[in-house]
Every structure is written in structure tokens, then in C-alpha cells.
Design a protein around this ligand. Structure first.
Ligand code: HEC
Ligand code: HEC
Length: 218
């Protein structure tokens, strides 16, 4: 079961601070560090560096890039991030570039990268060249209420734990995600999203994506 394996990963991440399963360098330094908190900080530093070497080219140094189809990671929750890296590694999300990267990750990498992502503060979207259409935003807001998006993602659309922050996420990416859940192309870590979208007409998905991407919080 995907869920069971994932939960083991998550459970063991709670025991991470020993530094036992990190890269060789970090493990060696962690061994001479007195407290588990120091060891955890070292692990985070190591993955901060790896993130800037490997991931920043697409996702941006601060976790927000302009690259089409590439999600914002800034402000994303580590528990959500680890479930997605796990699904990507299993090939259960079908972006070739990101799947290839995830396939090279060990369990310690899944924990290390998602832990680091959880430390990236949210970065607001740059002001759009033209203000979002008011009428379309209103329709989107009503749909988000009607279909209980806010019930799980929160009224600030900032999520928490295994529920992703979606407010200010890239519109093209959100649109693709919603259509992916709707068609079953993106099964998700749980059935939460396919069930949430089961009553939403396909024709309303783009309006929801527009609303979510242009949402600037309360
Ligand atoms: C070649 C560009 C590229 C690189 C390099 C890259 N990513 Fe990604 N990443 C993507 C794309 C594109 C997606 C969206 C995949 C999809 O649409 O299913 C993604 C998705 C993700 C997601 C899921 C986000 C979400 O909101 O569901 C995470 C987490 C992630 N990447 C982490 C990383 C980490 C960590 C690294 C470095 C080890 C990395 N990525 C390197 C392009 C990249
Ligand atoms: C029952 C709780 C629940 C409800 C209701 C819900 N979501 Fe979600 N949503 C989740 C969870 C959990 C995930 C992560 C799913 C996965 O593993 O892919 C998610 C993922 C997403 C993503 C993907 C984000 C990313 O970074 O890839 C988007 C976009 C999204 N939801 C939008 C919505 C919208 C719009 C609605 C309302 C129509 C909605 N959600 C309703 C729980 C919910």
C-alpha cells in the first residue's frame, strides 16, 4: 500500500534528529555534535545547499520561480512535500523531469528535502500586469465555498500538514493539477481531491484555478 509505505517514511522522519540516515558528510559531522537540535540544523543546512544546487534552477532560489508548469514551493508544508516526493519517486505523478529527479532520492533525501522546503517562508506572487477580473474572482470564491475547498485548505488557502498551501500558486500549475485529479491522471496521496472534485463540473475548474492563483489572502 502506498499509504502504508508513506506513513512509515513520515513516522521515521519524527526520529530524524540523530542524523543517522543522512548523507555521509552530514552524518560524520552530526556524530560530533552534542544535541539532536544541532544535528537537525546540520541536516537542514546540507539540504539547503543541495536545494540551491539541484532544485533552484527550476523552483527558484527562494522557492518561487517563473518557469511554466513549475509549482511554488515557498511556504509549502513539509508533510505535504514528502507525500508528493514519494508519489513522484513511485511514478504516480507523471512529470518526466520531476519523476527522474525524485527517482534518484533515498528515503533520507525525501525527509531532508521536504524538511528544508518546510522552512522556506511564503513568497507572495508578483503583482499581475492587470488586476484580476472582479466578477471572475467572485465566481471563483463562491465555487471555493460551495465545494468546501476552504474546509480543508483553510479560508486563507494556506493549508497545513498534509494539505497544501494553494493561495498564490501558479495558475497554469493549479489548472493542470485540478484537471489531473478530475481525470484520475493524478491519483493523489489520498482520495481527498478526487472526492472533493467529484461534484465540480469540469467547466468550473479553470475558474477555480484562476481564483486560487490570484488569491492574495485576508
Ligand atoms: C527540471 C526542472 C525541475 C527541477 C530541477 C526540480 N523540479 Fe521539482 N518540480 C518540477 C515540476 C515541473 C513539478 C510539477 C510536476 C507535475 O506537474 O506533476 C515539480 C514538482 C515538485 C514538487 C511537488 C510540489 C507540489 O506542489 O505538489 C516538489 C515537492 C518538488 N518538485 C521538489 C523538488 C526538489 C526537492 C528538487 C531538487 C532535488 C526539484 N523539485 C527539482 C520541476 C523541477
Ligand atoms: C477533504 C479535504 C480537501 C478538500 C475539500 C479540497 N482539497 Fe485540495 N487537497 C487536499 C489534499 C489532502 C491535497 C493533497 C492531495 C495529494 O496527495 O495529491 C490537495 C491538493 C490540492 C491541490 C494540488 C496542490 C499542489 O501543490 O499540487 C490543489 C490545486 C487543490 N487541492 C485545490 C483544491 C480546490 C480548488 C478545492 C475545492 C474544489 C479543494 N482543493 C478541495 C485536500 C482537500
Amino acid at each position: 500500500m502506498v499509504a502504508a509505505v508513506g506513513m512509515t517514511l513520515l513516522a521515521s522522519s519524527a526520529a530524524l534528529p540523530t542524523g543517522a540516515q543522512t548523507t555521509k558528510d552530514t552524518a560524520a559531522s552530526a556524530a560530533v555534535v552534542a544535541s539532536p537540535a544541532d544535528a537537525a540544523a546540520l541536516v537542514n543546512e546540507a539540504y539547503a545547499e543541495r536545494f540551491s544546487n539541484v532544485c533552484a534552477a527550476c523552483h527558484g532560489a527562494n522557492g518561487r520561480s517563473d518557469m511554466a508548469g513549475t509549482p511554488v514551493l515557498a511556504g509549502q508544508h513539509s508533510l505535504y512535500a514528502i507525500t508528493q516526493l514519494f508519489l513522484l519517486r513511485e511514478g504516480r505523478r507523471n512529470n518526466a523531469a520531476m519523476v527522474a529527479i525524485a527517482k534518484s532520492m533515498t528515503d533520507a533525501d525525501l525527509r531532508g528535502y521536504s524538511g528544508f522546503i518546510g522552512t522556506l517562508p511564503p513568497v507572495p506572487a508578483p503583482a499581475p500586469p492587470v488586476a484580476p477580473e472582479e466578477a471572475r474572482m467572485k465566481t471563483g470564491q463562491a465555487l471555493a465555498q460551495q465545494h468546501k475547498c476552504v474546509f480543508c485548505h483553510g479560508s486563507a488557502l494556506d493549508g497545513g500538514q498534509g494539505v497544501p498551501r494553494i493561495g498564490g500558486q501558479k495558475e497554469d500549475y493549479v489548472r493542470a493539477a485540478l484537471h489531473g485529479y478530475k481525470t484520475g491522471d493524478r491519483p493523489g496521496y489520498t482520495r481527498a481531491m478526487s472526492e472533493a472534485l467529484s461534484q465540480v463540473p469540469v467547466g468550473d475548474l479553470d475558474t477555480l484555478a484562476y481564483y486560487v492563483a490570484n488569491f492574495i489572502g485576508k
